[in-house]
Write a protein that binds this ligand. Structure first.
Ligand code: SF4
Length: 547
């Protein structure tokens, strides 16, 4: 059977399993109510998913398409605009493009991790993001190009792109593959491909073109394992243009890590996070409740350990999901593993979420695995809403970044307050500088690392004697560069003010330089603000006042 036929069957299978007739039936009822003038959230609440929780918006879109396709309804762009998820995607100012690397081995042997030969380790072919990789034969150029076209088709600005490279363990791939993969992503962003017969441009060349390209890269994320992070690896990641690293922490208990065959220790995780922090990378950790050997109570204690020194910038809470193609399935069959119920998970996450410090963002509270793959335990992918509902009833709000983002609301510059949240991490001192509205919403923030004597040496020449800006993030509906919209935080000069404050603090604390981990497409922004090109970072000298 040819590849195309296999893929078409796979797609049919995916469509059929993703949207059961009962789900589509329910979605049609929701749509009928919205057409009759009811609020989307209210209609969703009145007709929950047959599997429990709320129906996801993509199910509504599928039901809408079905009705229009059959000619039962006329196309209704206004209805479509209301049920689409599109406003959320670019509210944080940047459009994300996810690309998958080819199927490849992973040095990990984690018992909960699914294996599917068609996919890079840990991904399933019916996960929404992962499916696109398969469709495009894992070709980076094709994946980026198609995603850009799709974003443009629904009216998103695509001038600022965060590239999210997914797939097993990045550092396990061959280095020439890594470089080729990233170069091809940049070529797609640059809308420039070398003509056949001509030599391919180098990575540095395509990066340099991207500084002024139609789609500038404002962030580059890879995912890897803690023990792969060594000083030499930091420099390599920087050369590729990486700004953010996702790692599986999964647990902060060596016993649990060993039981689940994670193949690394908590000490290695500490070391990896400290090295990444010292090199200015943003750090995203995955944490998994309900691993083999854990209980809801041990998970609560485990979660608290995240904030003792590791202090990730972002987390993804991925409750263990029991999948047939993972080794854990055998443990379950022998009665050695029991998945938590949905209610147990809601209670657990509602307990820990309000303890998350204000400098951290919770990106997800459940992995987007279509429920048909889950053998037993929670099947709801809408767990975040359930948890938020529970928190509302308890009166214990979460203060993480995601729960406080201004989300496209108008920002009155005059009313903003500048906060400086200071905390120790990785041997140094972190400053989470943020602009906060009178109602405690977050209009923008900057992460400043002041390395200390106990910070691990990174061996990066640009960072000798330097304080490091790891992130500058300003919220507001993503606008094309150069377009000003009154009240949009992104263009109200907040970034410049935060950088000024970081500079003042660094100078005051005696640092001779201020370095910034700049994505390729934001280099010009910093160059205009007095930073100069170093080897792998942009650096500003901070002469001592009076010199
Ligand atoms: S390291 Fe990640 S991808 Fe590799 S086996 Fe473990 S969970 Fe799966």
């Amino acid at each position: 059977m040819g590849n195309k036929v296999v893929e078409r069957r796979l797609e049919d299978w995916w469509e059929a399993r993703q949207y059961t007739p009962a789900m589509l039936d329910q979605a049609r009822k929701v749509l009928e109510e919205i057409r009759a003038g009811r609020q989307v959230s209210l209609a969703l609440r009145r007709h929950p998913s047959p599997e429990g929780g709320y129906l996801a918006k993509h199910v509504l879109v599928a039901a809408y398409r079905e009705m229009v396709g059959k000619g039962v309804w006329q196309p209704d762009p206004q209805l479509l605009a209301r049920i689409r998820m599109k406003p959320v995607r670019t509210l944080s100012g940047v459009a994300t493009v996810t690309v998958l690397t080819k199927p490849y081995r992973c040095p990990g042997k984690c018992i909960f991790c699914p294996t599917d030969e068609r996919m890079p380790k840990s991904y399933l072919p019916d996960e929404p993001g992962a499916r696109r990789g398969l469709e495009h034969h894992y070709d980076p150029f094709a994946q980026v190009g198609s995603r850009l076209r799709a974003l443009q088709a629904v009216g998103h600005p695509t001038d600022k792109i965060e590239l999210l490279i997914l797939g097993g363990t990045w550092s396990a791939y061959r280095r020439d593959y890594q470089e080729w993969f990233v170069r091809r992503c940049f070529e797609a962003l640059n809308e420039k491909e070398a003509r056949e017969g001509l030599p391919a441009p180098t990575l540095a060349e395509v990066q340099s073109i991207n500084e002024n390209a139609p789609h500038r890269n404002v962030g580059l994320v890879i995912e890897t394992r803690p023990e792969t992070i060594k000083p030499r690896e930091l420099a390599r990641l920087r050369r590729l243009g990486v700004t953010k690293v996702q790692m599986g922490a999964q647990s902060l208990d060596d016993r649990i890590l060993e039981l689940n065959q994670r193949g690394h220790t908590v000490a290695e995780l500490h070391q990896a996070v400290a090295l990444l922090r010292g090199a200015g990378f943003k750090i995203v950790l995955h944490w998994m409740p309900n691993l083999l050997g854990a209980t809801p109570e041990s998970d609560r204690q485990d979660f608290a350990r995240l904030w003792e020194d590791i202090c990730p910038d972002e987390i993804k809470i991925y409750p263990t999901q029991l999948l047939q193609n993972a080794e854990l399935y055998e443990y379950w069959q022998r009665g050695e593993f029991t998945p938590y119920t949905t209610e147990q998970l809601i209670q657990l996450i509602a307990d820990v979420k309000p303890t998350i410090p204000r400098y951290c963002r919770v990106n997800r509270v459940v992995r987007d695995i279509p429920s048909v793959n889950v053998v037993e335990g929670n099947r709801r992918t809408s767990l975040r809403q359930d948890v938020l509902e529970e928190l509302k009833q308890r009166g214990t709000p979460c203060q993480c970044i995601r729960c406080r983002e201004v989300s496209g609301q108008k920002v009155d510059r005059e009313g903003l307050r500048l906060d400086d949240l200071v905390y120790p991490a990785g041997g140094g001192e972190e400053h989470f500088l943020s602009f906060v509205t009178p109602s405690d919403k977050l209009a923008g923030f900057l992460r400043l690392t002041l390395p200390g004597e106990k910070s691990p040496p990174t061996g990066l020449a640009d960072l000798q004697g330097a304080a490091i800006i790891r992130e500058v993030h300003i919220y507001g509906q993503s606008l094309e560069v150069g377009k000003i919209q009154p009240g949009a935080a992104q263009h109200a000069g907040l970034g410049g003010r935060l950088i000024g404050e970081a500079e003042r603090l660094s100078r005051e604390r005696g640092y001779q330089h201020l370095a910034v981990i700049s994505a390729v497409g934001t280099r010009l922004y910093y160059l205009k603000r007095g930073f100069e090109r170093g080897e792998l970072y942009l650096v500003k000298n901070l002469p001592i006042r009076g010199d």
